[in-house]
Design a protein around this ligand. Structure first.
Ligand SMILES: Nc1ncnc2c1ncn2[C@@H]1O[C@H](COP(=O)(O)OP(=O)(O)OP(=O)(O)O)[C@@H](O)[C@H]1O
Ligand SMILES: [Mg+2]
Length: 378
């Protein structure tokens, strides 16, 4: 029987909890030509949402074309141009002849490369070859607009993990070029998203940076319990198993509705259940999930200093005034400078964050928190 809960892949179709309001908002912005910068912590569902929303836009309007670029694997400006041009051309023309024709017409000095492949679903894969010194960057950055206006299309360029581009050497000048080319494009909208919130906000929300006010910043929210519950209960039901309302809501609460963990926890609960979910199964599944994620947590904490560990313990105990003499002494947090620096670093690394409106810090990752408490605070 196929497991009805999926994690590690983008959620799509009947694995996707509706996010009605988010989809509507994202679709509306992008189809009105407004650029969107979508920000949320890791694994809340940005990439899945963008995929579903843009797919819908394509079915609703035949003139819409969407290309998806993952900035994660891009390490140089030249590589970005190559991937950008290749994806824009590929999404606007499905057949090889047309792609070659587009390269000839729109990109001087650039040669298409064709690879015959034996293991991909396409017999021939299309790519581009050029020397960065021979190309005009603006010609590439303006490519979507040129194709869109000539062909009567609306193009949406989606760039995932956009903040990774900031790691490229010479990013400052590269950033300026992107902004000045993209800003004036009438038939193209950009959806730029990423999970490193501090970096994303620095790129888009800092008035001294070129991308300031490039479009609408959209903070993705979590999927609420009342949307998860029917999804979870139905998945159990259609596979001949049963879960109560209480237990499905308990799953959501344990992982604080974090999309990836809801799916992962459900996966283990479902796998351990032959007929009906019990509280013992919930406990067992939780320990299996923690075990599965342990290597990742160990990796994340491997390079923390002892003062940083101490600060995590203080936060786990609900301390807020991390500079106060009693807290510093109780946990051995180090001198004032160290404390300020660690507070900044640990928040930038998404270990914890300030809860809005109250004097409280909270761990960003609820399952990491359970693991941390069990391992270091017993
Ligand atoms: N709308 C949804 N309905 C059901 N499950 C979802 C939904 N969105 C995300 N998920 C679950 O969360 C996981 C992570 O989703 P996704 O990769 O879209 O998040 P992300 O924010 O892009 O993550 P990352 O920061 O790692 O890139 C998916 O594999 C899926 O299990
Ligand atoms: Mg993603």
């Amino acid at each position: 029987m196929e497991v009805p809960f999926k994690f590690g892949k983008l959620a799509e179709n009947d694995n996707f909890v509706d996010r009605v309001e988010d989809r509507r908002k994202l679709k509306q912005l992008l189809s009105s030509g407004i650029n969107v910068m979508l920000v949320s912590p890791r694994r809340w569902g940005k990439s899945s949402l963008v995929l579903m929303a843009t797919r819908e836009l394509m079915t609703e309007d035949k003139r819409v074309r969407v290309c998806y670029i993952d900035a994660m694997g891009i390490h140089t400006e030249a590589e970005f141009y190559r991937v950008f041009a290749r994806e824009v051309i590929s999404c606007t023309s499905s057949v090889l002849e047309k792609r070659l024709d587009y390269v000839r017409r729109f990109l001087r000095n650039i040669k298409p490369g064709i690879t015959l492949s034996s293991n991909s679903s396409e017999a021939m894969t299309f790519d581009l070859k050029f020397d960065i010194d021979d190309v005009d960057e603006y010609e590439i950055l303006n490519l979507p607009q040129k194709i869109a206006s000539e062909k009567g299309l609306k193009i949406i360029v989606c760039i995932d993990e956009f903040q990774q581009l900031a790691q490229i050497p010479q990013y400052k000048s590269f950033e300026g070029k992107m902004r000045s080319a993209w800003q004036s494009q009438q038939n193209v909208s950009y959806c730029l998203y990423g999970s490193k919130r501090h970096m994303m906000l620095d790129i888009f929300n800092n008035s001294t940076n070129p991308f300031y006010r490039f479009g609408q910043i959209f903070f993705l929210k979590k999927i609420p319990v009342n949307e998860w519950m029917p999804f979870i209960m139905n998945k159990f039901k259609i596979t001949g198993k049963k879960i109560s309302k209480e237990n499905s809501s308990k799953i959501c609460e344990t992982v604080r509705c974090l999309s990836w963990y809801v799916q992962q926890y459900c996966y283990f609960v479902w796998s351990n259940t032959s007929r009906e979910v019990t509280s013992d199964i919930l406990d067992l599944a939780l320990s299996q999930m923690i075990e599965m994620n342990t290597p990742m947590y160990e990796n994340d904490t491997e390079n923390l200093t002892s003062a940083q560990f101490a600060m995590l313990k203080a936060v786990a105990n609900g301390e807020y005034k991390l500079n106060s003499a009693s807290v510093v002494k109780k946990y051995d947090l180090g001198n004032a400078q160290t404390i300020t620096r660690n507070k900044k670093i640990l928040q930038e690394m998404d270990f914890f964050e300030k809860v809005e409106g109250v004097e409280k810090y909270e761990f960003c990752d609820p399952v990491f928190e359970i693991w941390f408490r069990e391992k270091y605070m017993k």
